[in-house]
Structures are given as structure tokens and as C-alpha cells.
Write a protein that binds this ligand. Structure first.
Ligand SMILES: *[C@@H]1O[C@H](CO)[C@@H](O)[C@H](O)[C@H]1NC(C)=O
Length: 211
């Protein structure tokens, strides 16, 4: 995994100084860099790379379904080292009838989701809390801009499958319900933030804390 490149520069405008920072996955400086098992920042000698370094067979079948009827297999640099330094990754997601991919965001990537099968109510919310959502079907794509909260639900009468593509080798995933209620944020804060009783908070915590 490579460090995010950050290109800070100064813009002089009248007498104001504005600091601008642009950041994204860096452009690769080699054809590829299969990380060694010792260090993710040193590459395997390229003459030792084989085609298997560039093939990931693990998304032929759906992953393990959660209690919301959703299964996802992220194919990022952690499971597919061949993506190292290449600035992209993908994920397969499957939905049971009525299955839900809970509101979540990817801190480091924009996602384009392509519907392979099924009908999916799909959307995101921008920083003004405006919602952009509709049912998309097989063969259609939707883009979820980087860092914005998005969600999906299978509204068809059969299983649905999508393929998400990301412009980062390691997009990151923050699921809103578990980030808020499944972490150890002080209960009093959550009660005030959501107007919930201590019993209601306890119930959500029990449901959303990873075990
Ligand atoms: C990479 O491997 C080749 C072939 O084994 C060898 O000739 C070369 O010196 C190696 N390069 C490095 C940087 O270790």
C-alpha cells in the first residue's frame, strides 16, 4: 500500500494566501508493484511476478449473507496484492429479496456500481442532506461521489447482484449504524444526539456491536 500523495501549494490572491491541498492515490511509477510479504512498500522483483499475481478468483460466488440480507466481497489491495499502487479496486455485492446494504461511505473513493442482476433502490445523500435515489436495474450504473453516504435495497422479486468499482486500491468502508452505535461513543452523547432513551441505545448497541 502506498501513502496518499498530497500536493500542497500556495495561491497568492491580492493579499490573501489560500492553502490548497489535492490528494488522491498516486500514479504508479512502475508497471506494477506486487508487494512482498515483508513490506507493502517494497515490490517483489518484477522478474518473479507471474500471471497469478494479477488474477483474483474469489468473487465467482456470493459472500456470506448478513442479517440484512446482504453479502459483499471487497476486492481491495489487502486481499488482491496485484492492485498495489494501481489506484483502483472493486467489490461484489449480492442482495436477497428485500436485502439492504446499510447507509455507509468510502472515505477514500468514488464508487461506480453496475447492476449485474436485479432491481435495486439505490441512492446517496449530499452534504446539504439532499437525497438522490431511484430504482436502477440490470445493465444500469450509478455513481456515488467520494465520501458521501449511500445505500441500496433489493426491491425486485429475485436475488440481485452488483459490481462496485472504486478509484482507490483501498477505498475504506464506514457503515453508519455500526460506526455510531457499535463503537464505544459515550451513551449520554448518543442519547442527546438522537433523542433516544438509555434502553433504546442499549438495544441498538447490542445489535450493532461486532461480536
Ligand atoms: C531480479 O531477479 C533477476 C533474475 O533472478 C536478477 O537478475 C535481478 O538482479 C533481480 N533484481 C533485483 C533488484 O533484485
Amino acid at each position: 500500500m502506498s501513502l496518499n500523495s498530497a500536493i500542497p501549494f500556495l495561491v497568492l490572491f491580492h493579499s490573501c494566501i489560500i492553502m490548497v491541498t489535492l490528494a488522491s492515490d498516486p500514479d504508479p511509477v512502475f508497471d506494477f508493484c506486487i508487494p512482498t510479504t515483508i513490506s507493502k512498500t517494497t515490490c517483489k522483483n518484477s522478474s518473479l511476478a507471474t500471471v497469478e499475481d494479477f488474477v483474483f478468483p474469489g468473487i465467482k460466488h456470493p459472500g456470506k449473507f448478513t442479517e440484512t440480507g446482504f453479502a459483499s466481497i471487497p476486492v481491495n489491495v489487502k486481499v488482491f496484492p496485484g492492485l498495489n499502487t494501481l489506484g483502483m479496486s472493486l467489490a461484489r455485492a449480492d442482495f436477497e429479496v428485500g436485502g439492504v446494504n446499510v447507509p455507509h461511505f468510502h472515505p477514500r473513493a468514488t464508487e461506480v456500481a453496475y447492476v449485474l442482476e436485479g432491481k435495486i433502490y439505490s441512492g446517496f445523500v449530499d452534504t446539504k442532506n439532499k437525497i438522490f435515489a431511484k430504482v436502477i436495474e440490470r445493465g444500469e450504473v450509478m455513481v456515488f461521489p467520494k465520501g458521501l453516504v449511500h445505500f441500496q435495497m433489493n426491491v425486485g422479486d429475485s436475488r440481485a447482484t452488483i459490481l462496485g468499482s472504486f478509484d482507490s486500491e483501498n477505498p475504506g468502508l464506514v457503515k453508519i449504524p455500526s460506526a455510531v452505535f457499535g463503537s464505544e461513543i459515550k451513551e449520554e452523547l448518543l442519547e442527546k444526539a438522537f433523542g433516544l432513551s438509555s434502553e433504546e441505545i442499549a438495544k441498538l448497541r447490542k445489535k450493532l456491536t461486532p461480536h
